[in-house]
Design a protein around this ligand. Structure first.
Ligand SMILES: [Zn+2]
Length: 473
């Protein structure tokens, strides 16, 4: 009650601000400078949670394309920041104030500069139409949990009990609902037209991402995990989506008669060598097994859990999201593993000392917290499981202790696996097929589908001789 009154007072005090796109007044409780300040603050958090991808050439390239589109937007005076994040997730998002992010994970599925421009144009559309700010205003006014607020949660330690899969699996920035997403597509198409990229690239990109989503949903079902989703996607395939076709069609009507720039060659050149999947300095997850070469450790998570390897923590979420495990590290542990566990979770916990092939360890158990402490190379590794609701861990008890017991020093064979995969551009030779290229691919049993998806030739296309295509090695 008190909060809604506060929101009302705020609304009255702040009055209305003009929307840069519509020119109409919005009930927005935020000035532009406030908006920029919020964006800047959240930008620091984003760069802590995700890491910035280390390639100046690629960052410069994405920035060049982004700035070109931003200049043609409804807010050309705003200072825009484009950042490629070192994340395998398929995502792109924008913060209020002109901060736009694109993951290297999504770049792997794009095939031209026009498609990159389409993704950036869509995000710029969210910024110019102030969707983030408007959503925040709406949430404040109705006293709902702020979706954007999840960005301000510092680290994951405080996010315990929340569904981390939802926070970080793409739903974190799960978009703004159908109308705002369509508006972003329409605005993106306008900006692309003015920059002389083909606005149809928007529909093409959504198609590529939709195919990826459909395939991932199929795999997720087999693997019993949550599918990964890109925030701008809706139920129908873009080929049958009349509202989307209309939005893009209208926006591109006033386009110039210039030839449309596709920039396929430039884009492929810029992304040749791009890291695919996990990067090695954050440890590598393969088939839900975690390997860290620098630390010399490995751990197996249950096959059906979704593992998120984030720069500041390693988190696994149960298939239905009701329980999660987190691994943390302590550089200077004191006492034995069970003493450590007692100090950490309380003396009421049941502990049991273990010897994991020479590594001193202990499990601990309370009704709603369980896990283990393992010592390796003078460091302590803590695997801690928690559930959303009381009693939510009991069904996962064996799984959790199984994960603790799987902890081991990295073997020589495992060390060879820890190399990150990368995208390489090759020229298709006569007779090359995706089935052939998939043989021996590190992408595993779905390699053929993944190669087709990455090259926008899903479900049944084949490379043409002489065509530049992406493979992963
Ligand atoms: Zn969007």
């Amino acid at each position: 009650m008190r909060i809604s009154i506060t929101a009302l007072i705020l609304a009255l005090l702040a009055g209305c601000a003009q929307n840069p796109v519509t020119g109409k007044s919005d009930l927005v409780m935020m000035s532009e400078s406030q908006e920029i300040a919020e964006g800047r603050q959240a930008d620091v958090q984003i760069k802590q949670q995700y890491k910035v991808y280390e390639s100046k050439a690629l960052q410069d390239y994405v920035n060049r394309v982004g700035q070109r589109i931003a200049k043609q937007s409804h807010r050309p005076g705003l200072q825009y920041h484009f950042t490629v994040l070192d994340s395998p997730e398929i995502n792109a998002f924008a913060l209020p104030g002109g901060y736009v992010y694109i993951t290297r994970g999504i770049l792997a599925y794009l095939n031209s500069e026009a498609e990159l421009a389409a993704v950036l144009g869509h995000e710029i559309g969210h910024v110019t139409a102030r969707h983030g700010v408007r959503q925040q205003a709406a949430a404040q006014a109705t006293n709902l949990a702020l979706q954007i607020a999840s960005l301000y949660v510092k680290g994951l330690n405080t996010a315990v009990g929340q569904n981390v899969a939802n926070l970080f699996g793409g739903a974190l920035l799960s978009g703004y609902g159908r109308d705002h997403e369509l508006e972003a597509d329409r605005l993106g198409a306008q900006y692309l037209t003015r920059t002389e990229y083909d606005p149809q690239a928007i529909i093409k990109v959504i198609g590529v991402l939709k195919n990826q989503e459909l395939k991932d949903a199929e795999l997720a079902k087999q693997e019993g995990r949550e599918p990964r989703r890109y925030h701008g996607l809706f139920a129908s395939h873009p080929d049958n989506d009349t509202r989307l076709q209309q939005a893009v069609g209208e926006a591109s009507k006033n386009g110039s008669a210039h030839a449309h720039a596709e920039g396929r060659e430039d884009f492929l050149k810029a992304t040749d060598g791009l890291v695919y999947g996990d990067n090695s300095d954050q440890g590598i997850v393969r088939n839900n097994r975690f390997y860290h070469a620098d630390l010399g450790i490995a751990l197996n998570f249950p096959e059906t859990w979704q593992v998120h390897n984030l720069p500041d923590s390693l988190v696994a979420v149960s298939p239905r999201g009701e329980a999660m495990m987190q691994m943390k590290m302590d550089q200077k542990p004191q006492g034995t593993p069970s003493e450590y566990a007692h100090r950490m979770v309380g003396y009421g916990a049941q502990t049991r000392s273990l010897d994991l092939a020479g590594l001193p360890a202990a499990t601990f158990e309370l009704p709603n917290v369980m896990g283990g402490v393992i010592y390796h190379d003078k460091k302590a590794y803590i695997v801690q499981a928690q559930a959303k609701e009381r009693g939510g861990l009991s069904a996962h008890r064996d799984t959790i202790f199984g994960t603790v017991r799987s902890f081991h020093a990295l073997t020589a064979d495992e060390r060879k696996l820890v190399k990150p995969l990368g995208i390489r551009i090759i020229t298709a030779r006569p007779g090359d097929t995706y089935a052939g290229l998939a043989q021996g691919s590190p992408l595993g049993k779905s390699a053929e589908s993944y190669l087709r998806l990455m090259n926008a030739q899903y479900p049944d296309g084949e490379p043409r001789p002489g065509q530049a295509i992406k493979i992963v090695e």
